[in-house]
Design a protein around this ligand. Structure first.
Ligand code: 13P
Length: 308
């Protein structure tokens, strides 16, 4: 059994030999975060995937992120260390149900969170992430929007976009949706000076008590820029590893149950195996990729919201 240090050394060697880039989401385990060439939120990762000149993209995250990279890079090899890292939220849209909803509301634009399958994206007009959902919905001409699949993110957008009707798909992220006001208040009672940062996938009553609502990238930016010293992190726990690295002089409190088991499927051993075998490869059928590329490119062109 090779040591952790040997595994890491071999990963770095193979990465170089294959002209590969490791892209990792902020919820990845610390060892993967440390090895990544680029660590970020969903929007930053999509932009990086579009820009990279590497021949191979190794995606340490969940399926829809790797699929997005594959859609944006038809000529490149995109691999994910564990194909079973499938985001449950992304599976909550059934394409036939979405087709029917579109028929019922022909005047609505479909805005889909990037946490969707390629097939759902192919049925959508725009994609968005938590870093630009408000900006995307604000910027489109249609007055009616079908928002899939995260009802909490859609309800958050509706708070800012008053002049549009938003039809919410009833999906949710189990990791964020299970966080309660009491989970936050318990930490707040122990650390009264701490600011609450919540992810917009949290329930509306959590959004009500948060001091700030940010994507994971927005949380990093805010923590770095803020004069505050203590923060309650209202998202997946591993986020605190990134925050502590960026702000070693600040304190971050997490909620124990805020764990995404799907993100944790990516391990150092699986990453090494993926680089040794250059598999499993993530592919999207070209007829679907062609349609899905349009809303993703629109999302990238709209860019990040002011403070998310
Ligand atoms: P962001 O990193 O884009 O905020 O998204 C978090 C998330 O839920 C990824 O699945």
């Amino acid at each position: 059994m090779p040591s952790k240090e040997e595994i890491k050394r071999r990963i770095l060697e193979l990465k170089k030999e294959n002209n590969a880039i490791i892209l990792a989401h902020n919820y990845q385990i610390p060892d993967i975060q440390d090895l990544a060439d680029f660590l970020g939120d969903s929007l930053a990762l999509a932009i990086k995937a579009k820009e990279t000149e590497a021949d191979v993209i190794v995606f340490c995250g969940v399926d829809f992120m790797a699929e997005t990279a594959a859609i944006l890079n038809p000529g490149k090899k995109v691999i994910i260390p564990d194909l079973s890292a499938r985001c449950p939220l992304a599976s909550m849209v059934d394409p036939d149900g979405l087709r029917k909803l579109k028929e019922k509301h022909p005047d609505a634009a479909v805005v889909s969170y990037v946490n969707t399958t390629a097939e759902t994206k192919a049925l959508s007009d725009y994609c968005c992430t938590s870093a630009n959902a408000v900006k995307v919905v604000e910027s489109i001409p249609e007055k009616k929007v079908i928002f899939t699949p995260d009802r909490n993110l859609g309800a958050y957008v509706q708070r800012f976009v008053k002049d549009k009707e938003i039809i919410l798909w009833p999906g949710f992220c189990a990791t964020h949706d299970r966080l309660t006001v009491e989970d936050f208040m318990e930490l707040k009672r122990k650390h009264p000076d701490a600011e609450i940062m919540a992810h917009p996938e949290c329930r509306p009553e959590v959004i009500d008590i948060a001091d700030h609502v940010f994507s994971t990238g927005g949380m990093v930016k805010h923590a770095v820029d803020s004069d505050k010293r203590e923060f309650i992190v209202g998202t997946e726990k591993e986020m605190a590893y990134r925050l502590r690295k960026e702000c070693p002089d600040k304190v971050f409190y997490t909620i124990d149950k805020a764990i995404c088991p799907t993100m944790k499927k990516i391990t150092l051993e699986k990453l090494l195996r993926a680089l040794e075998t250059l598999s499993p490869v993530v592919t999207v059928p070209e007829d679907i990729a062609e349609k899905a590329r349009i809303p993703i490119e629109r999302m990238i062109a709209i860019g990040r919201g002011e403070k998310n």
